[in-house]
Ligand binder design. Structure first.
Ligand code: SAH
Length: 216
């Protein structure tokens, strides 16, 4: 795979498109999109469309999220350099790399072995060093808690209790919540040990958050 002038040009166009979305204002997000070439995360057959605002199959029945969804979740998280961020659903590793590029210290969990193996290689290829775990996101990563931020990139039927516990007071979790194939994007701020502030940000379509690991 190469990062050609054509790819770079397409990437600039995608960033222009993201800039037109008034919900996305954090410059660090545009910079990260410029520095993490999305086409490397896709199967060869999709490479030419890598910079259109589309989701694609990444294997094991899973999809890489739409660029605008990655950007929007990153915006809601209010990422600051050096923060500890837990991601549920490593998938292709694209969102993981965007968060790393934004200066976060990233911990990510993937339940599909095949995707976990691939993602570990690609983050290393780009020189990032997140902690990626093959495991069940419902459990979080208690050994590395608490986290400043938590991002869930699969549709959760409800908000997993363990993740609330592993969030710092003052921390933010961004999570699409819903039982069907549509979810409501929620931003949960842990105001105090036993008080949450919940905001809603419209409807999205994610693959479902499922329990237990799957080996291949
Ligand atoms: N952030 C990813 C999105 C991938 S789609 C990207 O940028 O490509 C969501 C991912 O969540 C899938 O890979 C799916 O296998 C994973 N997933 C679903 N349920 C999970 C769980 N309980 N724990 C960890 N990962 C899970």
């Amino acid at each position: 795979m190469q990062d050609t002038y054509k790819h770079k040009g397409m990437r600039k166009q995608l960033i222009q498109q993201l800039r037109q979305d008034t919900r996305i204002t954090n410059e660090a997000i545009f910079e990260a999109f410029d520095n993490v070439p999305r086409h490397y995360f896709l199967d060869l057959v999709f490479v030419e469309q890598a910079y259109s605002n589309m989701a694609f199959q990444i294997g094991a029945g899973q999809t890489i999220s739409h660029p605008v969804t990655v950007a929007f979740q990153s915006q809601l998280l209010e990422i600051k350099r050096g923060e500890k961020v837990l991601e549920i659903g490593t998938g292709s590793g694209f969102q993981t790399c965007i968060l790393c590029q934004m200066g976060a210290k990233v911990f990510s969990i993937e339940r599909q072995k095949e995707l976990y193996d691939k993602a570990k290689n690609i983050v290393r290829f780009f020189g990032f060093n997140p902690k990626i775990l093959f495991g069940d996101g419902y459990k979080g990563m208690p050994a590395f808690a608490p986290f400043d931020k938590i991002i869930v990139t699969c549709g959760a039927p409800d908000v997993p209790e363990a993740l609330i516990t592993q969030l710092k007071v003052g921390g933010i979790m961004v999570i699409p919540v819903g039982e069907g194939n549509e979810q409501t994007m929620k931003r949960i701020t842990k105001v105090s040990e036993n008080e949450l502030q919940i905001e809603e940000f419209g409807t999205f379509k994610f693959v479902p958050m499922l329990e237990r690991t799957v080996k291949k």
